[in-house]
Write a protein that binds this ligand. Structure first.
Ligand code: IMP
Length: 431
């Protein structure tokens, strides 16, 4: 039995979807523990590119049990559409193959509207974050405000549901009014919730218990983080973050799993760095090299299509993420995107108050300057390479250097989008 948390070490979009899908050849349970359809995990299967926003990436394998755990916020209309798409290729879901937490919170149309209102407010009452506009923040606000609707409420007493919706709508009414927007009708929300409840009832379960019994019978479990460490509400570049604990620390609470059950943490980083939305990104390259990475790496958001900001690998930010997440091994993705760049820059520390600090000074980023080292690049196409020792020497050295800087070994290196375009150094479920 192994319980592995796979977590993004940057600002999301590290290529986690491909890795989870790949590793689910060895795991039999795949869990999402936070976030919602702000995530977009891309998995390439032959000629087809599948983007999963809510279902765990393991859902593309028939023998994998999928869990949407209670740390998530779920838009049932998006989930039902996604289930349909996956069912068309893989066959029907059954309660044995998909479980949705009773305590996961529901995203309503009202939350998406509130997200848009907050992002477009002209009265200085909110910070522009560049959210995905999927209603994530407002749904978590309602959760913390103890007026949220949970999956279990969709299938419970209609009277309770009505009164909960009433409280929620009364709370948001003044804010909609202030912005001259009509508040959605609570009775329409009620009908929608009941329809969702009818469709999803067979899957709504105590997923903490499901997970516990899977672990008791020795299953290999993959807990799949969405977004990334630097977008974590408590540990990221606040306020430019998402609304959940998107690093490994969110996994036990979000999945309903004791921390002592976790056997390893696989941290995922690109061979360079990207960010979508607003907020600090000290190693961003706004010139020709950033543009080149964007083109070569197809760096456009899989959820929103927005161009991603691109830049150099930030080892100082990764050191922080490795420490915080307790990373056991790293996976380095998109190494092929750097092919053809003669000199690769790496931020290895920050100059702050006359000295160089090894970790990103999160609360003083504005006062700090990235310190760069350069390493030689390579020209050869590496997408066909499956053994670390066959990489061009500079590419191999780049991997060695990253391992040395971070003090953790690389277990996987991805050299292209396809499942097989991967160098396996060590299998977290086997070795
Ligand atoms: P929200 O999660 O939609 O509220 O957005 C908050 C911030 O997190 C914004 O900067 C988004 O661009 C960013 N974000 C949310 N989800 C993802 C993701 O899956 N990948 C990358 N950035 C994300």
């Amino acid at each position: 039995m192994s319980v592995i948390v796979l977590t993004g070490l940057q600002w999301g979009d590290e290529g986690k979807g491909k890795l989870v899908d790949l590793l689910c050849e060895f795991a039999t349970v795949s869990v999402r523990f936070q976030g919602g359809n702000n995530a977009g995990h891309t998995v390439v299967l032959g000629d087809e590119k599948v983007i999963l926003n809510l279902l765990p990436s393991g859902s593309l394998r028939k023998n994998v049990r999928c869990i949407l755990a209670q740390g998530m916020v779920i838009d049932p209309s998006v989930l039902l559409a996604e289930m349909k798409r996956v069912e068309a290729g893989i066959g029907p879901f059954s309660p044995d193959r998909l479980a949705i937490a009773r305590r996961a919170h529901v995203i309503l149309p009202l939350h998406k509207q509130a997200d848009a209102l907050s992002e477009s407010a002209k009265d200085g009452s909110s910070v522009f974050i560049g959210t995905t506009l999927r209603g994530i923040g407002p749904a978590y606000q309602d959760k913390a405000g103890r007026r949220g609707i949970r999956m279990v409420d969709l299938v419970g007493s209609p009277e309770d549901l009505r009164s909960r919706l009433d409280v929620m709508h009364r709370y948001w009414a003044p804010q909609f009014e202030k912005h001259g927007q009509a508040l959605p009708d609570p009775s329409e929300a009620f009908e929608l919730c009941r329809t969702w409840g009818d469709a999803l009832a067979p899957y709504i379960a105590d997923t903490s218990l499901v997970l516990h019994s899977e672990i008791e019978r020795g299953s290999h479990v993959m807990l799949e983080g969405a977004q990334g460490t630097m977008l974590d509400i408590d540990h990221g570049t606040y306020p430019f973050v998402t609304s959940s604990n998107s690093c490994t620390l969110g996994a036990p609470a979000g999945a309903g799993l004791a921390p002592s059950r976790i056997s390893g943490v696989l941290g995922v980083t690109k061979a360079y760095c990207t960010r979508v939305g607003e907020g600090p990104f000290p190693s961003e390259d706004t010139g020709e090299m950033g543009e080149r990475m964007r083109r070569a790496g197809h760096e456009f958001g899989s959820t929103t299509g927005r161009p991603r900001r691109c830049g150099w690998l930030d080892i100082a930010a990764l050191r922080y993420a490795v420490r915080l997440n307790g990373v056991s091994y790293i996976a380095i993705t998109k190494l092929d995107v750097l092919t053809g760049i003669p000199e690769i820059k790496v931020c290895t520390g920050y100059a702050l108050d006359g000295e160089t600090v090894p970790e990103i000074p999160l609360d003083r980023i504005a006062d700090a300057t990235p310190v760069y080292e350069s390493v030689p690049g390579w020209e050869e196409d590496i997408t066909g390479i499956r053994d670390l020792h066959e990489l061009p020497v500079p590419a191999r050295r780049y991997i060695d250097k990253i391992e040395g800087w971070l003090g953790v070994p690389a277990c996987l290196v991805s050299v292209g989008p396809e499942r097989n375009e991967t160098i396996f150094v060590k299998n977290p479920f086997r070795d």
